[in-house]
Ligand binder design. Structure first.
Ligand code: FE2
Ligand code: FE2
Length: 271
């Protein structure tokens, strides 16, 4: 099967690029299942019910979040009112947090797909359980006991070392482990020694003529002054859809390819 994972969709520009390109990418790479990170999709901060439904209508199958998960409070109500939603938040959010950290999907071909997300702890100012403990206690038995054919672990984390540590530790346990949150794609997409596809960060779906998706002027003012009084807003130029295509079959070798479509990082992969 062919899977598409898309990095953090940032604001309107990111949403427009996804809407215009998702079907084309799915056709080009013969995609069977798509996971989209939408933690920055609503004005750069969080996700709304309306945007969630748009993303699903445009072709996403599962939506992941991150540190900005609840910036739009309405998404918590939306999840409660729509219990069959396909939204996945970090598994290691503190006990009692809304939502869920993984979901099992059954594809129309009968294959069972686990989608999950954990949050890194380094340089992250959130109450989080240790991601290794959460994976050990909540995910590994699910993969073993529930006839999972393909499993995806998204590591939403600030530092590359933590993402690499988690990936190396769980190499062979998941079909793919990939990072989000940094908003810049890394050039290390590869298959690890025990067969898990890995990329430290799959980048953002946003305007790269910016500071990680936000208008550069105020982002730079913040850095120069050390003051947060300058408001950060999503950049409005053409966005690049950034992510990875993962091919996995029980009897074939897995593969992963980083993709950038449109905007200033376009790698001319669409025919
Ligand atoms: Fe993000
Ligand atoms: Fe994030």
């Amino acid at each position: 099967m062919n899977f598409l994972v898309i990095g953090d969709v940032v604001g309107r520009s990111g949403r427009i690029a996804l809407k215009e390109n998702l079907n084309k990418i799915q056709k080009q790479f013969n995609i069977d299942f798509t996971i989209v990170n939408a933690e920055n999709s609503a004005g750069g901060y969080g996700l709304t019910g309306k945007i969630y439904e748009d993303l699903i209508n445009w072709g996403a199958n599962a939506i992941t979040l991150g540190n900005h998960a609840w910036k739009q409070k309405e998404i918590i109500d939306y999840m409660e009112k729509n219990p069959n939603h396909n939204i996945i938040r970090p598994l290691n959010f503190e006990i009692g947090s809304p939502g869920k950290g993984f979901k099992i999907f059954t594809h129309k071909n009968g294959k069972r797909i686990l989608v999950s997300q954990v949050h890194g702890q380094t340089y992250i100012d959130l109450p989080l359980d240790n991601p290794f403990n959460s994976i050990d206690t909540q995910l590994l038995s699910i993969i073993n006991d529930h006839n999972i054919d393909y499993s995806f672990l998204e590591v939403h984390a600030e530092v590359t070392s933590e993402k690499n540590g988690i990936a190396q530790n769980y190499d062979g346990k998941f079909t793919a482990i990939y990072g989000t949150h940094v908003h810049i794609p890394t050039a290390d997409a590869r298959v690890l020694e025990r067969g898990t596809c890995f990329q430290t960060d799959i980048g953002m779906t946003g305007d790269y003529n910016s500071v990680i998706g936000m208008k550069k002027e105020n982002a730079i003012k913040r850095m120069r002054t050390g003051s947060n009084e300058h408001r950060l807003e999503p950049a409005e130029g053409a966005a690049t859809v950034s992510g990875a295509v993962i091919t996995a079959d029980k009897d074939r070798k897995n593969s992963i390819q980083s993709i950038q479509i449109g905007g200033v990082l376009d790698s001319n992969l669409l025919s």
